[in-house]
Design a protein around this ligand. Structure first.
Ligand code: FE2
Length: 150
């Protein structure tokens, strides 16, 4: 598949600043890593992948400031536990003066439904509801009937 990095989210001909070919196979669990080069410091970029006629959703990222920066404001998140929270802090962070959002991991945990040690509500179910163990388990989509995080 190919990837593109652009300065706008419509990938106009003059906005694409990096592109290339990347392979995702069963041996990499159909994941791919791109180290886009030639990007400017402290700038917002958009990226997408294409495989045949299929185009991925557009992602947005921002490069770190250059070495003359004296500070960087981060919004740092971890341990989200998707089935248990409302996550309104994401909205608050998006309205803050944070320049970057850094998620350290744990969007959900592997515990079977209702057994997480601090389970309060369990109102948003992950699938499968049994212990999440395999890569396929983790890649199983969240049911569309779940409440949307606010
Ligand atoms: Fe955690």
């Amino acid at each position: 598949m190919t990837y593109e990095v652009a300065t706008d989210n419509i990938f106009s001909a003059t906005s694409v600043v990096a592109s290339g070919f990347v392979i995702a196979t069963a041996s990499t669990n159909f994941t791919a890593k791109v180290d886009a080069t030639g990007l400017q410091a402290g700038k917002t970029y958009y990226y997408r992948f294409k495989a045949g006629s299929t185009v991925s959703p557009v992602g947005k990222t921002r490069t770190l400031p250059d070495s003359t920066a004296t500070e960087v404001k981060l919004a740092v998140f971890s341990c989200a536990n998707y089935p248990e929270g409302f996550f309104h802090v994401y909205g608050l962070a998006s309205k803050s003066d944070a320049q970057y959002a850094l998620h350290l991991g744990d969007y959900l945990y592997e515990y079977p439904d209702g057994t997480y040690p601090t389970a309060a509500t369990g109102f948003r179910k992950h699938q499968p509801v049994t212990e999440i163990y395999s890569l396929d388990d983790y890649r199983t989509a969240m049911p569309s009937t779940n409440p949307t995080p606010i």
